[in-house]
Design a protein around this ligand. Structure first.
Ligand SMILES: Nc1nc2c(c(=O)[nH]1)N[C@H]1C(S)=C(S)[C@@H](COP(=O)(O)O)O[C@H]1N2
Ligand SMILES: [Mo]
Length: 421
């Protein structure tokens, strides 16, 4: 404890130098002290699993039996079966990539059971060559990986409620996941179709029974969109768009059409239900926002967070995720005193554009009440707003695009609550 007492916080509330972890200058003293002789005897610590052969090989691996509680929470809609969501349990995960079985889901009418031999992609409309691609055709094209987050425009919408929701971070902000998506740059396929000069929009449709269409500006499609066939190295999971989906890096989830079957080149957007009645926002001025495509800069602390209890005063690692649909994360600042003072956290490499970025900072908790917050800034200089500023700009009754600072209140007993600070 002597060593710990000597540490000098760099910000109020006990935040320590972000480099302290790397320099190994922190003494955690969490492990139990033992004498080395006691461990050296052959009989010591011989558990049953050291006495006989282990389980056989398996064709496809599963998480450890003791980790089966790490699941997506699902929420269906009784009145419209097939319409619902499931959340990524961000509080249980580390690093930046989401395991495929835990990627969030948002379906408007369930998961279609597509026969990949029957599925085709049509590119037509304002093109010189209307083209049809089978999966077999597409697998012969040169591929490219995009490491990017995918976030539903409605993610974090509980934060618009007047009272802070008390639930785990993933079941509130977990309509966001991050993967390596691999497939064919859309530009390659559009160039082959020879897009006509008058075309300004892509109208895209999936092969599920949701009857959805979305409009995507041609410039974005030519810039960095991907027709993805693989998700973290394996073929895309049925619930995430098997056998192919669109990836629109950094833009709202709904544009990332799953089970994509048709791309129509047009001069105008289609003005479908989901881009007029939905995914638009009435502002305090009475005007509505539409085609609010970019997911703005955002961050949250995943550990410690709601549902955990700090066992005793001591040094803790604060860690979380930051992302921006406009590019790379430039910095993440953390506050342990409800936003009065801030200190820059360490960003874990690699820091990639439009991708989850993991941040970490050491914190010495001395048993006091505290409010933990994180605030991200992206490479364009855009900074995550305080909740009051977001509400002032967008009104009290928002639903989409919530990206304000998230606050966790620590009690003197180490219990953690979600608060609006
Ligand atoms: N065909 C189709 N594409 C779709 C949807 C859908 O219901 N049908 N949902 C959209 C929405 S609203 C989101 S947020 C993302 C979710 O992708 P995921 O389920 O892989 O996380 O897919 C989008 N693409
Ligand atoms: Mo969404």
């Amino acid at each position: 404890m002597n060593e710990q007492q000597a540490l000098t916080p760099l910000a109020a509330g006990g935040l320590l130098d972000r480099r302290a972890f790397l320099q190994r200058s922190l003494s955690f003293s969490v492990a139990t002290l033992v004498s080395s002789e006691a461990l050296a005897t052959p009989e010591n610590g011989r558990e049953p699993w050291m006495e006989k052969p282990g389980a056989p090989f398996s064709n496809y691996g599963e998480p450890a039996a003791h980790e089966r509680h790490v699941i997506r929470w699902t929420m269906g809609n009784d009145k419209a079966l097939g319409n619902g969501v499931s959340w990524t349990p961000l509080q249980n995960l580390e690093g930046i990539f989401t395991p495929n079985g835990l990627h969030f889901e948002r379906h408007h009418n369930g998961v279609p059971q597509i026969d990949p031999k029957q599925h085709k992609l049509l590119i037509h409309g304002l093109v010189n060559n209307s083209l049809v691609f089978t999966l077999e055709d597409l697998l012969r094209y040169p591929m490219h990986s995009c490491y990017c987050f995918l976030e539903c425009g409605g993610n974090s919408n509980a934060a618009w409620h007047s009272e802070p929701i008390q639930t785990a971070v993933g079941y509130f902000h977990g309509m966001a996941s991050c993967s390596e998506w691999t497939g064919i740059p859309l530009k390659l396929l559009l160039d082959e179709a020879q897009v006509k000069g008058r075309a300004k929009w892509l109208i895209v449709e999936g092969a599920d029974a949701s009857m959805m269409q979305v409009s995507i500006p041609l410039d974005k499609a030519l810039d960095d969109c991907l027709l993805a066939l693989y998700q973290n190295g394996e073929r895309i999971r049925p619930e995430n768009g098997y056998p192919m989906r669109l990836i629109v890096p950094g833009w709202e989830g709904v544009l990332n059409v799953k089970w994509v079957r048709r791309i129509h080149l047009a001069a105008q957007p289609v003005m479908a239900r989901n881009e007029t009645a939905k995914y638009t926002e009435l502002l305090p001025s009475g005007k509505a926002r539409q085609f609010t495509y970019v997911m703005e800069v955002k961050s949250l602390i995943t550990q410690p967070s709601f549902g955990y209890k700090l066992p005793q005063p001591g040094i803790y690692q604060i860690t979380g995720l930051a992302w921006s649909g406009r590019g790379k994360i430039a910095k993440v600042e953390v506050s342990a005193d409800g936003g009065k003072t801030w200190l820059e956290a360490e960003l874990q490499e690699p820091v990639l554009s439009k991708c989850f970025t993991r941040f970490r900072i050491p914190w010495q908790w001395q048993g006091q009440e505290a409010i933990l917050q994180s605030r991200a800034t992206d490479e364009t200089g855009a900074r995550q707003p305080a909740r009051e500023h977001l509400l002032a700009a967008r009104g009290q009754h928002g639903y989409f695009h919530y990206n304000a600072i998230v606050s966790w209140e620590i009690s003197a007993q180490g219990e953690i609550k979600h608060v609006y600070a």
